[in-house]
Design a protein. Structure first.
Length: 146
């Protein structure tokens, strides 16, 4: 099982709500994207670093399980943890929970690193991330399974 050691707190805004008065399902994906970039940046994998290396992270698959509604003003912690995958693919789990620990949603995703010239996935994204990161420990690549 993955351990989430990185998270970002976000507050739901009233313009992000759907007609039922809870956070629109598409907004969860925006929060997840924000958290993924913060996760990478915390490890030193900024857009500039990745761009200079000629690569970019890509989300290849995402499955969302909604567990508890969020309403305007509610805060949610969006965690990121790499949990496995093999070859060109890395599994990423993103848990959404309230500050007091109530599970809100869970996104199970598959990511890769795209070579921006060839438009192909890199064969070993873990090695590339370890090499480029200034804080590879944040990514927990050695504990997430292969």
């Amino acid at each position: 099982m993955e351990t989430t050691t990185f998270s970002v707190r976000v507050q739901a805004r009233d313009y992000e709500l759907d007609r039922q008065g809870h956070l629109n399902q598409a907004v969860y994906m925006q929060y997840a994207e924000h958290a993924r970039w913060q996760f990478l940046q915390a490890a030193g994998l900024t857009a500039d670093v990745l761009g200079a290396a000629g690569i970019g992270p890509v989300l290849l698959k995402a499955t969302v399980r909604f567990q508890h509604e969020l309403r305007a003003g509610d805060e949610v912690d969006v965690g990121c943890a790499m949990s496995g995958g093999q070859g060109k693919l890395v599994e990423l789990i993103q848990r959404f929970q309230t500050p007091d620990g109530v599970p809100v949603a869970r996104i199970e995703g598959v990511i890769g690193l795209l070579d921006l010239t060839t438009r192909r996935l890199l064969p070993d994204p873990r090695a590339t991330m370890r090499k480029l990161a200034t804080r590879p420990d944040i990514l927990q690549l050695d504990t997430g399974g292969r």
